[in-house]
Design a protein around this ligand. Structure first.
Ligand SMILES: Cc1ncc(COP(=O)(O)O)c(C=O)c1O
Length: 315
């Protein structure tokens, strides 16, 4: 078959990897939802389809583009931030494409896979005290920036409006469109809170009856990498506690158990925070007679495969 058989040959579409951020599939959960009222549907937004493998590609790209637009990010600057991993991975590949260097503060105990991925992209890692968690990394990034502000572009994802705006401009719109405007509840775990704030604001603008549910780990020492226990953590400046209509707490074990169920019953190999989101979404869905519940499958399990819970027969 020659080209003429195809009609006029178009150049390939979206040949820049950056164009593949967003527009992720919305997947219906069909088996873990057994026993729910027939009028209730539960969906997960498959964010591992982003080029960097997580939901954080969206805010990282938006913060970098905003930095360029505002003139705060210029060629000679190093991108500096504190990240438990996924935002770092997103900065890393986006910076590689756009020709910037990246320096990241992250807790020493962040998963080995994440550290190796970051190093593979050529990122400089500053490993911080693991007992201080993500807050220790934030303090270190602030210290480095304060010591030499001219050297760095410090997006500070916890305080940067371009973080939640990425979700306001993309994720929220996609969810509304992909559900044909039928979404009734949105569930999101809180890390920087960008996803919850941006999607929550957008959905409530489309339809003020949409209920926004924030999910948090049930204790300060938890295994939900990427999420914060707000009561004991540095609260992100972009977090508005008045926006969620409800808060749900999920234990590490419940999240891990749900991760295994999603793998075995739905064929979706997702990360721990995604398991936590689905656990909270299912708890909420059990209370409903009718509804369209949407949550976020933040990343895949690739970076967590060395965790011990996979081999724990009780989970
Ligand atoms: C795996 C994972 N899940 C959830 C989140 C939370 O998303 P957000 O920062 O938008 O609250 C993050 C954030 O870093 C993450 O890495």
């Amino acid at each position: 078959m020659g080209p003429s058989a195809l009609g006029s040959v178009q150049p390939p579409a979206k040949t820049d990897l950056l164009q593949w951020v967003g527009n992720t599939p919305l997947l219906r959960l069909e088996r873990v939802t057994a026993g729910l009222s027939p009028g209730v549907e539960v969906y997960g937004k498959a964010e591992w389809f982003n080029p960097g493998g997580s939901v954080k590609d969206r805010p990282a790209l938006n913060m970098i583009l905003e930095g360029e637009r505002s003139g705060r990010l210029t060629r000679e600057k190093i991108i500096l931030d504190a990240t438990s991993g996924n935002t770092g991975i997103a900065y890393a590949w986006i910076a590689a494409r756009r020709g910037y260097r990246v320096k990241l503060a992250l807790p020493l105990n962040a998963s080995e896979e994440r550290k190796r991925i970051l190093k593979a992209y050529g990122v400089e890692l500053i490993l911080t005290d693991p007992t201080l968690g993500s807050d220790g990394a934030i303090q270190e990034a602030r210290r480095l920036y304060a010591a030499d502000p001219e050297r760095y572009f410090y997006p500070d994802q916890y305080s940067n409006n371009a973080n939640w705006q990425a979700h306001y401009l993309t994720t929220g719109v996609e969810i509304y469109q992909q559900t044909g405007g039928r979404v009734t509840h949105f569930v999101a775990g809180l890390g920087t809170s960008g996803t919850c704030m941006g999607v929550g604001r957008r959905l409530k603008e489309f339809d003020p009856t949409v209920r926004v549910v924030a999910m948090q780990p049930d204790s300060p020492f938890h295994g939900l990498e990427g999420l914060k226990h707000m009561e004991t953590a540095i609260v992100p400046a972009i977090y508005n506690p008045a926006l969620p209509d409800r808060q749900l707490e999920v234990s590490t074990e419940e999240a891990q158990r749900t991760v295994k169920r999603l793998a075995r019953e739905e064929g979706m190999l997702v990360g721990i925070s995604a398991g936590g989101n689905v656990a909270a979404a299912l708890r909420l869905a059990r209370e409903l007679d009718r509804g369209v519940v949407v949550t976020i499958l933040c990343d895949s399990a690739d970076k967590y495969l060395s965790e011990r819970f996979w081999d724990d027969p009780n989970l």
